[in-house]
Design a protein around this ligand. Structure first.
Ligand code: 1GP
Length: 245
């Protein structure tokens, strides 16, 4: 796949990557979006994630994807809260299993609904184990997760090993968008040392220092969302923090 090769080539050079998450449900100012996308591209963001937990229409996901692609030429990857986020305007999709969900829908049925659409739309599927750590965020509520104790990275590792044994290529360690605490460094650290998965970390990353320490611990890809809407120059400094290790 084009997108997975693009990521692989960068990671093999020892680069740490940054993904910018745009949630189309959060009143996107389309004229601003192009400007922001260009600025983040110039700062070194490596790809865009498009998606959210609630309220995204396929049309919005499509419009946002088209603008981002046209403005920057960077890969646009759908980060689906559900099948409503899928659009043929993107390049790829994080084809995720919410591994610590208690809900069969998020373990297999959403994927069954999605698969024919992913094929029809020609999206590249990036097989991803998705782990939501904390209970107090929108994604935790919607996805009915069983929280993972932050002081038990070995539980995270058990999920990651299962993901690897089931053939997933990516593991996404999620604190939740807007979370007050980010993923503890011990999680990417242990998982990176013990598996060959590409480790994605996101949720509550609000400073270059935190982004850098997560990358140093073992995260291959750091995701930021909220901060882009609040003040995209802060996202620029986070990208610089990751890239200038
Ligand atoms: C959410 O990991 C992403 O899925 C990004 O979180 O919005 O807190 O940056 P933030």
């Amino acid at each position: 796949g084009k997108v997975s090769n693009y990521l692989k080539e960068k990671l093999e050079k020892g680069e740490k990557l940054h993904f910018t998450l745009i949630d189309p449900a959060k009143k996107v100012d389309y004229s601003e979006l192009e400007k922001v996308a260009l600025r983040l591209h110039e700062a070194g963001t490596d790809a865009f994630l498009v998606g959210g937990s609630l309220g995204v229409t396929p049309e919005e996901a499509g419009d946002v994807s088209s603008i981002l692609k046209k403005a920057t030429g960077l890969p646009v990857i759908i980060f689906p809260g559900n099948i409503n986020c899928l659009t043929p305007k993107a390049d790829a999709v994080l084809f995720m299993v919410l591994m610590n969900s208690l809900e069969p829908y998020y373990l297999v049925q959403a994927q069954v609904q999605a698969a024919p659409l992913v094929r029809k739309y020609g999206l590249e599927a990036l097989p991803t184990g998705y782990l939501v750590l904390y209970g107090e965020t929108a994604v935790a509520h919607v996805g009915r997760i069983q929280p993972i104790p932050p002081e038990k990275p070995e539980i995270g590792l058990a999920y990651a090993l299962a993901a690897e044994m089931m053939g997933f290529k990516y593991i996404y360690l999620e604190a939740g968008s807007g979370a007050s605490r980010h993923v503890p460094e011990a999680f990417p650290s242990l998982i990176k040392r013990s598996t060959s998965l590409t480790v994605i970390v996101g949720g509550g990353v609000r400073s270059p220092e935190v982004a850098r320490s997560l990358a140093k611990a073992g995260a291959d890809i750091i995701v930021t969302g909220n901060i882009v809407e609040e003040d995209y120059e802060k996202a620029v400094s986070i990208i610089r923090g990751i890239k200038s290790r």
